[in-house]
Design a protein around this ligand. Structure first.
Ligand SMILES: [Zn+2]
Ligand SMILES: [Zn+2]
Length: 189
């Protein structure tokens, strides 16, 4: 973004139009942290949260039309829609969520209101497809893209294979490590 050299650990901003992530120095990053600013770029926060009270019915998951037990959901403020993306044999697949399905989920999980559009994603995972029991985390979108990129190169066969699963486990260990419960969370359960 500027001529400032950046190290391996550096923040990112999202280009709201192209959805591209850009590496930045700390100084440029801070220019784009204002949440309500009308800017072309938005800084990706580095917080991780867990939603211990998150509830999703089996039927609701099916309604989202996500074929694998792992998905990132985030809203796109420019297009005013919520999209899900998930890894699969063809790389990352992005699909638009049926709006009413998403709104029902937010209505029954008001904690999700803390998610910032464009820069934070809701990471959902159900290890067992037949008996959905979800873990829900807020993660920065750059971490999502990084995982998807890694999985793209590791994915084998229909379900990903051993290496992809190991990468997913490693990612979740990291997410659990960094997450703290959503403030005032706990949900209805
Ligand atoms: Zn970067
Ligand atoms: Zn800079």
């Amino acid at each position: 973004m500027c001529a400032e050299p950046i190290g391996d650990e550096h923040p990112h901003v999202v280009n709201l139009e192209s959805r591209a992530l850009m590496c930045t120095c700390r100084g440029c990053y801070l220019l784009f942290t204002a949440e309500d600013a009308t800017l072309r770029y938005r800084a990706v926060p580095d917080r991780y949260l867990s939603f211990p009270g998150f509830r999703l019915g089996a039927g609701e998951w099916d309604e989202l039309q996500i074929p694998v037990g792992l998905a990132f959901l985030f809203s796109n403020s420019v297009q005013e829609r919520t999209v899900a993306f998930y890894p699969g044999p063809a790389g990352a697949t992005e699909s638009e969520l049926p709006l009413d399905a998403w709104q029902r989920i937010v209505a029954s999980n008001p904690d999700l209101g803390v998610l910032r559009p464009d820069v934070e994603a809701l990471l959902l995972r159900s290890p067992d497809r037949d008996q959905p029991s979800f873990s829900a985390h807020l993660v920065p979108v750059d971490a999502c893209y990084e995982l998807v990129g890694r999985l793209r190169s590791l994915w084998r066969g229909f379900d990903g294979g051993q290496e992809a699963h190991a990468a997913i486990e490693e990612f979740f260990a990291h997410v659990r490590d960094r997450s703290r419960p959503v403030p005032g969370g706990g949900g209805a359960g």
